[in-house]
Design a protein around this ligand. Structure first.
Ligand code: SF4
Ligand code: SF4
Length: 378
């Protein structure tokens, strides 16, 4: 969305305040300017020339998870998150990048990942795989590319996600490859930082590398990488989240699952569920595991509450991100489940970090980990 559309979006708003009730940030910052309704009013003042952009204004728009709960709730169909992303871009262009995001953006452009690491080390998560095949999951040609994403590649807490997924794909006989050091960040953090204009080099590179492999499909374990490819990459390739891909493998009988007598709850990641409309594939996978009991969170599917890890908030305001995560843990604990399953590396990081901090007795696991556990010969 460009800012010309803000007036139209604002005029659609009837000021009912329903978006305030679902916004996780509003529950912590009790001032109108931090609410979705308040922020759209600020955006409209700005577009009418009645508001000088200031660093403080940039901070207000940074206090948001871009989780989409407000847009999903709004009875008038106001595209609140579209306005917020456009305002972040405007603020970055006029006032510069948010100071807490500046070094991360510069490092991403230089290193092609968000972790300030040598990108050649992107495939090091493979080091702990037992019985590693000679090809190490890197092939010259393949039908499917597994796009791992920066967080699962570099953060030890979640590197088991790619380790599990490659072994699941292997056990199902899939013809797939990873890009390893040739995979570059998809560009997603640049959207939230207000710098989508700096994505082009990343997009061109990733498209070229995938094309060179002759692949027809890409599978993503990161919902935000998938969303970025769908919305910003102009490609005819078939794009799947790992849950959709695994569900297909189960339906075709290429994966068989043994009994796991566990009570689990499922957290819908914002970019997979509400923003990607993938609600049923993970639930179908869980229901395919004999003995497993699924108890839903009070707020699930489109009403799911963000874990606190969205919108670059963890970088801009880590304390606020933690407060949102704390409320998420309380909702999870109320289910009485022994395991919370999700399907996003960032949700696993955020929830697991808070579970450890608060010493809560619950396992936090990506769905690939549960599938790996349940594979009959795994
Ligand atoms: S996107 Fe999420 S955090 Fe941001 S205003 Fe909307 S509900 Fe609140
Ligand atoms: S829910 Fe929609 S109509 Fe109601 S205040 Fe929020 S943006 Fe306006």
């Amino acid at each position: 969305m460009n800012l010309e559309n803000v007036e139209k979006q604002f005029n659609q708003c009837n000021k009912c305040g329903l978006c305030l009730a679902t916004c996780p940030v509003c529950k912590e910052l009790l001032l109108e300017k931090y609410t979705p309704r308040g922020k759209i009013l600020l955006a409209r003042y700005y577009c009418r020339g009645g508001l000088d952009l200031s660093a403080r204004c940039r901070d207000i728009f940074a206090e948001c998870l871009l989780c989409g709960a407000c847009s999903a709730t709004c009875p008038s169909g106001v595209d609140l998150t579209g306005v917020f992303v456009a305002m972040r871009e405007e603020l970055a262009a006029n006032k510069g990048l948010h100071p807490k995001l500046k070094s991360a953006v510069e490092s991403l452009i230089k290193n092609h990942n968000i972790s300030d690491e040598d990108n050649a080390e992107r495939g090091e998560w493979r080091d702990d795989i037992r019985n590693m095949p000679d090809h190490m999951y890197e092939r010259d040609r393949a039908e499917v590319v597994y796009f791992v994403g920066c967080v699962a590649s570099f953060f030890p807490m979640v590197q088991e996600i790619p380790r599990n997924l490659v072994q699941i794909l292997d056990s199902a006989g899939e013809d797939f490859t990873i890009l390893a050091g040739e995979e570059w960040c998809c560009g997603f953090p640049l959207i939230g930082a207000g710098a989508p204009d700096r994505m082009k080099e990343l997009i061109d590179h990733n498209l070229e590398k995938v094309k060179a492999l002759g692949a027809a499909k890409i599978v993503f374990s990161c919902p935000s990488c998938l969303r970025t490819w769908k919305e910003y990459y102009n490609t005819d390739l078939e794009l799947f989240h790992s849950t959709e891909f695994i569900q297909n493998l189960i339906d075709k009988g290429n994966i068989s699952l043994r009994n796991l007598s566990v009570k689990v709850t499922y957290h819908d990641p914002c970019d997979l569920g509400r923003n990607g409309r993938v609600y049923e594939a993970p639930r179908q996978i869980l229901k395919s595991i004999p003995g497993l009991t699924l108890v839903e969170l009070e707020k699930n599917r489109a009403q799911s509450v963000c874990c606190g890890g969205g919108g670059n908030l963890e970088m801009a305001d880590p304390e606020l991100s933690k407060k949102v995560a704390q409320r998420k843990i309380e909702e999870i604990r109320d289910t009485g489940a022994e395991i919370v399953v999700t399907s996003c590396q960032q949700c696993v990081r955020t929830i697991k970090g808070m579970v450890r901090r608060k010493k809560v007795a619950i396992d936090v696991i990506d769905i690939t980990g549960l599938v790996k556990r349940a594979i009959a010969h795994g």
